[in-house]
Design a protein around this ligand. Structure first.
Ligand SMILES: Cc1ncc(COP(=O)(O)O)c(C=O)c1O
Length: 425
């Protein structure tokens, strides 16, 4: 490994030489040493159908030979138009307008900025620049996205840069009652609703905060109450989108439509960076004006990149096929069976699953994100042919949808070995 590369989320003083990946296909990553590793976490939750899905490879190759990049504010192009059409076919009428950025954090930043500016322009309510978010949420690493995320080791060094947010306490485990997930929210909503622009939430699964699964009733109540107060409901589906929860989108599983929807990661099937913030008619309309000062002041160099758009359009064409829903159900029921057989294990605090995601909360002495447990487990699992990357003591599986039952069996086998080998609790 080149020693001048600075890795994400890595203490470089302790960084070890990484295994070199040379190719990836389906559920597996192939290493230079000849070994193959099952990608049990979809390479940070981006790969959906499988690595190097053929229809996406073809679309990318074709587009790459035609047009690389153009300035999206001045030229339209067919990959973006086709992708918009594909997406509009699966989104409800209330969610119409697509704003393109490059990654999950910027999809969230755009949503936050849209919400605040919309209130100001719609009714002159410029005092509405606060958000309610949740204690264990994660919305990204840019400053706005960090502000609305839960505050922890990740955000501590940047504390003084972050804007103020109303953060609702919440439950974390499957045994916590619904009230633990909503009581604090209700109180804070009542107290602060006059200054709120919106409520931001990761529907059904809070990812980086520990793969926490929202009880449906709690989620429904949070959304209903937010809507009653007339607040913008922002669904961050950067992780939950494109099948992870067992439906194409978590909002469909819930049966409620947000005002702003943030999409990225699986949008291109994990092939290339791209994000879209989808806005309601009301929000879009509040930016229409004769005055330049009312436009949305946001744009990135690679906004609407044609090759990324071509990848996303190909991914959407594929993922709409009924066969993928069957795969989500297969993976979900596989997880459920395993969880049922393991849930009373003495080294387990909690086990939860939602759609294609399963998470086990290990009983460790040092449970924080700083614990060496996670890194050590990653190293051991790669040696055994499975890529796992726990979040502290939460060991989870979020596999590409082509992962076979034999491969799932292998992943679960390694997790079970780790669970049995725990001595430090
Ligand atoms: C729910 C959610 N929102 C936003 C992000 C940030 O996405 P990105 O890493 O592409 O900036 C993530 C990343 O894990 C996420 O899980």
């Amino acid at each position: 490994m080149n020693k001048k590369i600075w890795l994400p989320y890595t203490q470089m003083q302790k960084a070890k030489d990484l295994p070199e990946a040379v190719s990836a296909k389906g559920s597996c990553i192939h290493l230079k040493n000849g070994k193959q590793v099952i990608d049990a976490i979809s390479s940070w939750w981006v790969i959906t159908l499988g690595h190097c899905e053929e229809s996406i490879v073809k679309a990318v190759q074709e587009q790459a030979g035609k047009m690389d990049q153009i300035l999206f504010a001045n030229f339209s192009h067919s990959p973006a138009n086709t992708l918009s059409q594909e997406l509009q076919e699966i989104l409800p009428d209330e969610l119409r307008y697509l704003f393109f950025t490059d990654n999950g954090s910027t999809a969230v930043e755009s949503a936050l900025k849209m919400a605040v500016q919309s209130w100001k322009q719609k009714k002159g309510e410029s005092q509405r620049n606060m958000f309610i978010s949740f204690k264990n949420s994660y919305h990204g690493d840019t400053v706005g996205a960090m502000s609305v995320s839960g505050q922890n080791l990740f955000t501590e060094p940047y504390k003084k840069l972050l804007f103020s947010v109303i953060r609702a306490d919440q439950g974390t485990r499957s045994s916590d009652p619904v009230s633990a997930y909503i009581d604090d929210f209700k109180e804070k909503l009542e107290k602060h609703h006059d200054v709120l622009a919106g409520v931001i939430i990761e529907p059904f699964i809070q990812g980086a905060g520990g793969m926490i699964v929202w009880p449906r009733e709690a989620l429904q109540e949070i959304c209903t109450l937010s809507k009653k107060k007339g607040l913008y409901l922002i669904f961050d589906e950067v992780m939950t989108g494109f099948g992870r929860t067992g439906e194409l989108f978590a909002f469909q599983k819930l049966g409620m439509t947000p005002d702003l929807l943030c999409l990225s990661k699986g949008l291109t099937g994990g092939f290339l960076p791209l994000a879209i913030t989808v806005a309601s008619q009301e929000i879009y309309d509040s930016f229409l004006s004769d005055e330049k000062k009312h436009l949305f002041f946001h744009g990135h160099s690679f906004t609407g990149n044609p090759i990324s758009c071509a990848a996303a359009a190909a991914n959407l064409r594929e993922i709409k096929k009924q066969k993928w829903k069957a795969e989500w159900m297969r993976i979900e029921s596989f997880h459920r069976k395993k969880i049922n057989s393991l849930k009373s294990h003495k080294n387990l605090i909690d086990a939860r699953n939602c759609g294609t995601m399963a998470a086990l909360e290990f009983r460790l002495k040092n449970q924080g994100y700083g614990s060496p447990f996670a890194e050590d487990l990653t190293e051991r699992s790669i040696q055994k042919g499975v890529f796992l990357r726990p979040l502290g003591n939460i060991v989870y599986i979020l596999p590409p949808y082509c992962t076979s039952n034999e491969e799932l069996e292998k992943i679960w086998g390694i997790i079970e070995e780790e669970l049995n080998a725990l001595t430090s609790f």
